[in-house]
Design a protein around this ligand. Sequence first.
Ligand code: CA
Length: 239
Amino acid sequence: MERSSGAGVLGTVLVVEDEAEIAGLVRRYLEREGFRVEVASDGASAVHRFVNLRPDVVVLDLMLPGTDGWEVCRRIRERSRCPVVMLTARDGVEDRVQGLELGADDYVTKPFSPRELVARIRAVLRRHRWGGREVVRVGDLVVDFRRRRVRRSGRAVQLTATEWKLLEALASQPGHVLTRWQIIDRVYGESFEGFERTVDVHVKNLRQKLEPNPQQPQYVLTVHGVGYKFARPSHGTGP
Ligand code: CA
């Protein structure tokens, strides 16, 4: 049985940190905020965990035994646009510049406050995953990404975890077409063993819950021969 979106986690964070005390502190804070947390304590296992876990954000310490944070960042960037928040030394201005050049999204200077780190993580998630928005409003529908809530005409809509991920993938880029395989990649991940038709089934279920008339959808739109897209908000740009 899938959990409803309300009980779901905000996202998965891979924390790459060799100092157990810091890793534990970060884990406690992030879990309390509603994130799922996995820790890797060296660079080589970090890359391995990244590939298997497909986290939403990586918190990456630079000074690691063996493969250092630079190399980990490089290898992550070869594979993905996943947001990376680097942990750098207090005086490491060069580190920060190099980190941003390597594709890190933000950095936090050690010693850091866990609250600041959480705020940075939320900000990069907002920018990356939700196209800079926390809420999308279209017609009588309100999709609140941060709170993982959907309301239709003011009434809460209960979604399964998979339905939520599907909606999040589509609604975070309104008007942008996603192919079935792009949806599979974002929603189900590498463990997916089903068929493209699985996407259609979940879209159908989502429409049943969101659309005033599921036979004539106005939010989750079919693009024939391509895939699906979410309707543009009424104040969106362009046609
Ligand atoms: Ca370290």
